[in-house]
Design a protein around this ligand. Structure first.
Ligand SMILES: *[C@@H]1O[C@H](CO)[C@@H](O)[C@H](O)[C@H]1NC(C)=O
Ligand SMILES: *[C@@H]1O[C@H](CO)[C@@H](O)[C@H](O)[C@H]1NC(C)=O
Ligand SMILES: *[C@@H]1O[C@H](CO)[C@@H](O)[C@H](O)[C@H]1NC(C)=O
Length: 266
């Protein structure tokens, strides 16, 4: 008998995933399988999938304590007693493009640095907040970056290897107009090569959508930097750096960001 149950479970790392579990089912062996790992529970299998850069769904064999990771969000499944299928409903779905080529966000959980870190009564604007995968655009939720006021401010991410960058998506602060109104005059460079420029500021009607800055054709590098040459602070909430690859690299593990104080959902 196949029983469907719906479980809402927020992943500790990304605080953003919702998993749908189907018991009595497993993912049929296919070309989209990307890994087989030991896992002590369905929850740890879901965690393995969520922390893997490419995983979109997983199957857990309860008897063999084995977790099968799959890159396809809607894989072919088959009835199998003592197994269950875990589907994520994460941001990764949006990155699934057709064929073998997919857009990969290379910045997620990578090492970051910036010109200075602003502290407002214990709420920090650490650079890691821009690659935490959290969608909040409210600085006071601890998910945005914020430098001190300087003549030139910058933020940088180490992508871990050289890639040909397509474009960068940046989410601005929406908690007060004075913040997104100052998101302007931004240079994007990759290994100090010019990639793109954003004049800004964004229109009020567009602040809940990311700002896209395209990269000049064929610019390749490992260190992507955003520079603001205005005597001011530099503030934003999320940066996603996209390249078009066959297989997305998994994020490095473990990843910590001192500003993350998010508790698991109850
Ligand atoms: C992801 O891409 C594959 C391959 O093109 C496609 O079959 C599948 O339906 C896509 N999944 C989603 C959720 O878009
Ligand atoms: C990725 O590359 C493939 C083949 O080169 C191309 O068909 C596809 O449109 C590209 N996707 C993006 C988002 O650039
Ligand atoms: C990047 O931002 C644009 C503009 O807001 C949006 O339409 C697009 O879906 C984003 N791309 C990805 C891959 O998230």
């Amino acid at each position: 008998m196949i029983v469907f149950i719906l479980i809402r479970y927020v992943d500790l790392q990304s605080n953003a995933n919702i998993f749908i579990l189907e018991t009595g089912n497993r993912i049929a062996t296919s070309v989209t399988r990307i890994g087989i790992k030991k896992a002590t529970s369905d929850i740890s299998c879901a965690s393995l999938c969520s922390s893997h850069g490419t995983c979109c769904s997983a199957a857990y064999d309860i008897e063999k304590n084995t977790c099968f990771l799959d890159s396809c969000c809607n894989p072919v499944t088959e009835a199998f007693l003592g197994a269950l299928v875990i589907r994520t409903n994460s941001k990764k779905d949006k990155l699934n493009t057709s064929g073998n080529n997919r857009l990969c966000n290379l910045a997620y959980h990578r090492q970051t640095t910036q010109s200075s870190v602003y502290d407002n009564s214990g709420v920090f604007g650490s650079p890691c907040n821009a690659v935490d995968g959290l969608e909040s655009q409210d600085f006071y939720e601890g998910t945005c970056v914020h430098t001190n006021k300087e003549f030139v401010t910058w933020w940088e991410v180490d992508l871990g290897a050289k890639y040909t960058i397509k474009f960068v998506n940046i989410s601005v602060r929406t908690d007060h107009s004075s913040h997104y109104e100052r998101f302007s005059a931004i240079d994007v460079t990759v290994d100090a090569l010019y990639c793109g420029y954003y004049t800004g500021p964004p229109l009020l009607s567009h602040i809940y959508e990311p700002i896209t800055i395209g990269c000049s054709e064929g610019i390749t590098g490992r260190f992507l930097r955003l520079t603001r040459s205005v005597h001011d602070t530099f503030q934003f909430c999320e940066v996603e750096v996209f390249a078009n690859l066959t297989v997305c690299p998994g994020p490095p593990e473990p990843w910590t960001c001192r500003d993350l104080s998010h508790e698991p959902c109850v």
